[in-house]
Design a protein around this ligand. Sequence first.
Ligand SMILES: *Cc1c(COP(=O)(O)O)cnc(C)c1O
Length: 341
Amino acid sequence: MADFRSDTFTKPTPGMLDAMMHARVGDDVFGEDPTVNELEAMMADIFGKEAALYCASGTMSNQVAIKVHTQPGDEVICSDLAHVFVYEGGGIAYNAGCQARTLTGDRGMITAAQVAAAINPNDVHRARTSLVCLENSSNRGGGACYNFEDILSIREVCQQHNLALHLDGARLFNALVATGETPEQYGQAFDTISICLNKGLGCPMGSVLVGSKAFIKEARRVRKKLGGGLRQAGFMAAAGIYALEHHIQRLGEDHRHAKMITDALITRSFIGHILPVETNIIIFDVLEPWTPVSFSEHLAKEGIRVAAISPTQVRMVTHLDVTPDMVQHTCSVISHMHHHA
Ligand SMILES: *Cc1c(COP(=O)(O)O)cnc(C)c1O
């Protein structure tokens, strides 16, 4: 089975499992798990930040960050496609007591001018704008990557208006590998960044939040309140260390695989608009006589799983467990599909 539904379907490699089995562990709520401490120190160092916090999921690290950056009643600016707004169960309201001010950008990417225009004046009638959340790469934007200059312009607006800037970097390493930018650049541009280990990096779970020492101290308190204080989490953190050491550069292979599948899709008359493929996500329209559902059912019979994500769109995501053979098979199946369903 070639599973393109998401890069969350990866299973630990033998090397990763071995690292997990041999992890040194302790009680992380007491700060005594050496492997969690090592992962946090590594991630902080990679991004040039003072501190880091290992969280159970990307949703948890985003939600912890939003809670620490804001006060109840504040407004959080983000794209209308942002994971923090669309896919975190209303967490901005539930956990932080804040409301979202959503902006319609280009494939989930917003601009400095849009942000500047959305900041509320200092007026008792208005919610206090306190935080801007960006997402890179943009999941619902088909893995699109920000132009770094545009991020710096948003940073400038945030500084002028005393707003915090958080990055949902669930797939930031995909963006870094695709653009050649460095983690340090991102560490300097953002107050906080959450980075998923459970997506393209291939870990069973986990995400890391990086920021200042004072911020992470408070974040640790909020993580505990959310039930995210884990004990011998080092078994899982060991997978994260292994992934940072072995699974970053290979993301380029996932991106090449996504381009190969795109090349097969583009020739077919029943495939409509394909969002520009910059990393490991392909989102495309399926046209009559096929539908996203019949298209995915046809591929499933050939051992290929894809996700029908809207009445018109299918999403495919390449990852660690997608082999060159699976990509070739998938391209061949797409090439041989009939014009009629
Ligand atoms: C997957 C994802 C997250 C976090 O998801 P979890 O399943 O909670 O780890 C956050 N942001 C984006 C953009 C994602 O794709």
